[in-house]
Ligand binder design. Sequence first.
Ligand code: FEO
Length: 172
Amino acid sequence: MLNKKIAELINEQINKELYSGYLYLDFANYYADEGLDGFAHWYEIQAQEERDHALMMRRYLINNGVRVTFGEIAKPDKIFKDHSAPLEAGYAHEQFVTSLINNIYAEAAAVHDYKTMQFLDWFIKEQGEEETNAEGLLKKMQLFGHDAKGLYALNQELAARVYAPSATGPAM
Ligand code: FEO
């Protein structure tokens, strides 16, 4: 049985991961409406990954005898001023998610919950990758996205992203 506070934090994080997916689908809605189907596709896949994260956390709680409870998922409310704005928001959001995961890790360490620390190791690595991806995408956009040809090429590149569920996953 997990420590109560740790279980609550992971349960809350499920909601935040689902919100992340909802947020990224909202980014995809924006890009689809702007005719940038490659950007939309990239964020649709990102939303799938966020759902995967939520399901991994749900599974971890269930495997450890915790009754999972769901709260409301907040409405994405961002207004985008230009094509870079979702990328900026995405990068900032991933940094925020990293801080949430780090906080759960710190709480797990404080109560000597080594099992949860092991479980979270996967997410810490994943957050590092997601921040790198989000920052890289933003940089590319800043470099190439302001000219029609560059934007077209970037859109094509993002259209090629393939959804690949993680082969390993966290320690359960
Ligand atoms: Fe589930 Fe993008 O962090």
